[in-house]
Structure formats: C-alpha cells, structure tokens
Design a protein around this ligand. Structure first.
Ligand code: ADP
Length: 420
C-alpha cells in the first residue's frame, strides 16, 4: 500500500524572507519537496483520491477478430457506486478486468486516483475484486483466506493482520465462520467471506463481477442491500458489473449501459429510465420491456398524428408535436412502457386482450397490437381474454426513436444523463 505523509516546513532565506514548503514522504523511503504550483497539483491529486477514468478503452482478442470492448470512456468519481450493465457478451467483464489489471488494453488509458495505471501490474493497483464464483482458496480457513491478501499487499505483523481480519469479520457478521473451510459454507456465506476478504484490504476501489449471480433470489436481495450499505459506510469507489437490469436499477448512484463493447448511456437510474437516449437503452431498462412499434408521422388538422396500417392512431398535441414536425412523412419507432398504459372508458386505442398474466399486485395484459404489446395495469383491472378494451397513455410518456440509428427523437436528457 502506498503511504504518503505530508509535512509542512517553513524555510528562511538569507534575505530574511521565508517560504512554506510541503514535504511529501512516500512510504517512509523518499521525500519530495513541493512549492507553488506543485502544491496545487498535490491538492488536486488528493481530491481525486480514488477517481477511476477510462479513456477510449479498447480490447481486442484473436489478433483483432474479436472486439470485446470497442471504445469506452467513463469517469467514476471518488466514493461513487457505478453499475455497469448490459447483455451477455457486451464487454462488461473485460472492462472490469482491465481496470483490475487482469487484462491489458489494446488501446486507451486507465487512471486511478489521477495516476495512469494502464501499464501497472494488478498487484500494484489498490483495487479489490469480488467474483461470481467467490474465488476462495479451498484448503484455507475463512480467516486464512481473509488474511492472505493482507499478507501479500501490506507489511502488517501477524497480530495486526489477525486483529484486522477479526474486526472486519465482526462487521460482516461472519466471525463464527473464521475457522471453517469454504466447503463447509453456503453460497451466501461464501460470498460474504469473499466480500470480507476484499474489504479487509481497505482498497481504493472495489470491483464486483456479477457477485450475486450464483445466489437464490431472496439471498440476492439481501446481499444487494448489504453491499450498498458497506459501500456507503466505507465510502469506497465501486464499479459493479451485472447483466441484470433490475439489479442495476436498484444498486448504485449511476448506471453505465454497454452494448457491443460501446457505452450507450450513463446516468442516474431514474433519469436513464425516463430519458433513454436510444431504443436499445429504452428496451434494456425496465421490466417488462418497453413496447415499440413502427408508426407513420402524419400532419392532420394542425396536429401530428402517428398511425399504422393496423388502425393504430395517436395524436400529439403538445410540445412534442412541434418537435416532430420535421419528421412528417417519415416512419419512426414509437415506444411506450407497459406501466404507462391505462385501460380507459373514453377515447383510446381500441384493441383486444389476448392474454392476461397476473403477477401479484399487477396484471400484464397482452394486447392485439403489433409486436408483443403489454400493458401493466393494477390487479383491479381484470378484463377477460378476448375482451375489446380501450387503452391510452400520456403524450409525455411517449418515446420516439429514429428507425435507423435508434436515437431518441424527443428526449432532452437532464444534466445527470450524459450522452456518449
Ligand atoms: P460480458 O461480461 O458482458 O458478458 P465479456 O467481457 O466477458 O462480456 O466478453 C465480451 C466479448 O469478448 C465476448 O464476445 C467474449 O466471447 C469475448 N471474450 C472475452 N474474453 C475473451 C478471451 N479471453 N478470448 C477471446 N474472446 C474473449
């Protein structure tokens, strides 16, 4: 572990003036004296403590025939919890492994705390990674597993290591497991030990690679809360990879959505949900997925109407009609989330209910509209299969996408949603 001690001294010159100097003592071995501008550089560096930046990161395999990560740039602030989410094979793990130093990027740079670590060996990066398969040493006890990393990365004495392990184990509620071996533990206990082993090292950055995928649904929910609590308490920068959009939505300050090795959008979960930048993000975030259908944009009686050959019609009257006026005559992709659709008595789109799927507090109505068109309604709304109903949604809940690029034609993302 790198230890820096900053010492302020005042030095007098022969002309009677004096100047403050800061001495930075690095690992008790070397001293650096900073004056003027350099002091500000130090302050800047300290402020960035465990900020992680990825600049145009790329990873190719098999001489470039596989592009696992195409071009990813992302900044994770000190103490921030960012969840990297995307479908299987989109490059999440490869990105995380490059941050950990387990894979060398083909191109691009990685910094941690302002220091360029792209070519720094994994052991010398102050990061701790938690894996899906726990990666515990089977022949070591829990205590030995937890102490192992400390032995490798610090010069703590045996007594100090033991005390640190016991303190962390108590915090994690696993002190009664310290003498057990991994084979004697349940999946949840193993993952707690793996977490404890990461925490005990007091890393600058936590990296989580789908850590809860092997656990059952109930335990996953408990562990999600536990990881969030620990991250908040310890205030450690965390990057958490998952393919599960629900997990991503409930964890973390910010989402980073990947597809095909490229970052699609970053932002707070609700902002990304409400203002998806493109059709991929719109469909990936939210459950059931957003309904999407092709519609023609027509100009009728001072309004813009969206229609299709199956008799679908929706008239835009508000500010969105104006923003869509340049697309009159075009075909666009209309998106509306199942939870934004209501069954109405008055004016609405007439459609038959094909299937009703009760899911506890809600019913999913599969409607006779193009594609798989689902309305998520209150369980009190109970039509019978085959019933013809009228459904409606607010204009403000409507999303429209370019059919070729997939880019949103409407959303003005709020400040927290960063276009990439
Ligand atoms: P994710 O974590 O999003 O599921 P990965 O980062 O594991 O995706 O993989 C991204 C792509 O890179 C996939 O197509 C995967 O098959 C490929 N890939 C990953 N690791 C290697 C490797 N060591 N050799 C060749 N291809 C790899």
């Amino acid at each position: 572990m790198l230890t820096l001690m900053v010492v302020k001294t005042t030095e007098s010159s022969s002309d009677g003036s004096s100047a403050d100097r800061l001495k930075v003592v690095r690992n008790n071995t070397s001293q650096i004296t900073l004056i003027g501008q350099e002091l500000w550089l130090l302050v800047d560096r300290l402020c960035q403590m465990a900020t992680v930046t990825l600049d145009n990161l790329r990873k190719e395999y098999d001489k470039g025939s596989i592009i696992a990560v195409d071009d990813v740039s992302l900044r994770v602030e000190d103490g921030e919890f960012v969840t990297v989410v995307g479908p299987s094979g989109c490059g999440k793990s490869t990105t995380l492994r490059m941050i950990a130093g387990l894979e060398q990027p083909t191109a691009g740079r990685i910094t941690i705390g302002g220091e360029d670590v792209t070519d720094v060996h994994a052991r010398r990066r102050d990061v701790a990674m938690v894996f899906q398969n726990y990666a515990l040493y089977p022949h070591k006890t829990v205590e030995q597993n937890m102490a192992f990393g400390l032995r490798m990365s610090t010069d703590l004495s045996r007594e100090q290591r033991e005390a640190t392990v016991h303190e962390t184990a108590t915090m994690m509620g696993i002190e009664e497991l310290l003498d057990d071996r991994p084979s004697e533990l349940s999946g949840g206990q193993k993952q707690r030990v793996a977490l404890g082993r990461a925490i005990v090292r007091e890393p600058d950055v936590f990296l989580f690679d789908e850590p809860l995928s092997n656990l059952d649904a109930k335990l996953r929910t408990t562990m999600r809360t536990e990881i969030q609590r620990l991250q908040e308490e310890l205030d450690i920068t965390a990057i958490y990879v998952t393919h599960d959009q629900e997990e991503a939505m409930t964890m973390g300050d910010r989402l980073a959505i990947l597809n095909g090795g490229n970052l699609q959008q970053t932002g707070a979960p609700t902002d990304v949900y409400e203002h998806p930048k493109n059709e991929f993000v719109a469909g990936f975030v939210g459950s059931p997925s957003m309904n999407v259908l092709d519609v023609n944009v027509e100009h009728r009686e001072n309004a813009v109407t969206l229609t299709n050959a199956d008799g679908f019609e929706y008239t835009l009257t508000g500010e969105r009609a104006q923003r869509l006026s340049s697309a009159v005559g075009d075909t666009v992709r209309l998106g509306v989330r199942p939870e934004d659709i209501t069954v109405v008595d008055g004016t609405g789109i007439e459609t038959a209910v094909e299937v009703i799927e009760p899911v506890g507090s809600d019913n999913y109505l599969y409607l006779d509209l193009p594609g798989e068109f689902i309305a998520r309604v209150d369980s009190d709304t109970e039509p019978t299969t085959g019933d013809v109903v009228r459904v409606s949604f607010e204009e403000t809940d409507l999303h429209l996408f370019d059919p070729e690029s997939g880019a949103s034609l409407l959303s003005e993302p709020p400040a927290s949603v960063v276009a990439t």
